[in-house]
Design a protein around this ligand. Sequence first.
Ligand code: GDP
Length: 476
Amino acid sequence: EAITVQELANRMAEKGADLVKELFSLGMAVTVNQTIDQDTAELLVEQFGHNIQKVSDADIDIKAEEDVDPEETLKPRPPVVTIMGHVDHGKTSLLDALRGTNVTRGEAGGITQHIGSYQVKTKNGDKITFLDTPGHAAFTEMRARGANVTDIVVLVVAADDGIMPQTVEAISHAKAAGTPIIVAINKMDKEDANPQKVRERLLEQEVIVEAMSGDVQDVEISALKGTGLDELLDKIALQAELMELKANPDRAAEATVIEAQLDKGRGPVASVLVTRGTLKKGDALVAGTMSGRVRAIIDDQGKQIKEAGPSMPVEVLGLGGVPNAGDQLTVVENEQRAREVAEYRQDKANEQRTALAPTNFDAMFAGLANKAIEFPLLVRADVQGSVEAIKTALTNLSNDDIKVRILHSGVGAITENDVTLAAAGNAPIIGFNVRPNAKARQQIEREGVRMMYYDVIYHLTEEIAKEMAGELGPER
Ligand code: GDP
């Protein structure tokens, strides 16, 4: 693991020559083009007194995170909702049922074309955006790419089946993302529906619904019969109100690519969610490493529209190639600039493929940004008793400066989903008497997720304690 002096200088927004000077005074004679190891890099970062959050790419790239909208430009925007839950508990049925309400209410008529996501209006006229990406992988993968688009998670739990492994997983994902949950207890039309049991079992997952004197909203529904849906929409609207979701609609647009494909007739088509600003026909844009000009904007009813504001899910035509899900789409001054940025990113992507372990440096800078450092990890063990014992032991290692954060824990083999979650959270996976399954193994390689295997709890805590101390650095 190494980084060149120049690259580090770029990341710190310092001059390469200054770093070389500092290194020289430390007794290391290196040039800007030579590499240094991570320990030396860390030392330098400290020497320069840096608290860097995200260091700029070169000046050429777009730095959206530095471009903050003034408070007075912000206007309320609809919430963006993702539906999660165990397989067969009714996620798809619910999405379809909600879409159905929308069609009748919006009297748009006809069959809606399948686009990634859609908007629904409550009886009060509040808009809600639903992302049509059932499955947890989509949620976590987007997050892994820095695209945290979901404001609220609707957790679907079948009233007859109750809490199942993927329910627990969904809760972990939502919690890891800090996204509030609304529980939709589905299949209430079934004879053996037992919503009370669902509420009780949710307690074990630290999801405490209002009926159990918590603050998580829950609602009984039947996606099949269409009951409880208005109530669900109202609760989402209420949650959104509490969150005071806002964005500046009067600026050049930014959007997140939800999915994208090459359409035979229409060329590259990107389903995007506008995050701020208003996207207009004719805008020059860059999405990931692709650039182009907006040729058409298509709304969730399949209609061509001229512009799209915050939280609107739309299809965009006119990109020169197919971007990746999770890519940021940004409107720029002109096509020339769009091309320039796209090319620069393409070059950089090529470079990074050959560079060594950049994620570790990213983790290092991320750690430097916060005062109370978090130490995220995932825990998998062979039996529930071990899971609990490990969780307790790890939690006890936390102090004021650094906190263990368990993103997810469970019994059994390490799964693909664990790996996705670990990659998103830049966390190692602890396997206690368990190993990854075949598919997870491939993904571990691909994502470069760190694995830590143990069969003695004491060894585990000792090792983690050491690493935590290391993260804090010498002067704490
Ligand atoms: P998903 O895997 O979570 O997307 O679940 P689906 O929406 O595909 O639903 C799984 C099965 O449960 C399907 O056969 C649905 O018809 C059925 N189902 C979904 N919602 C309800 C409901 O409210 N009541 C009943 N009785 N069945 C439902």
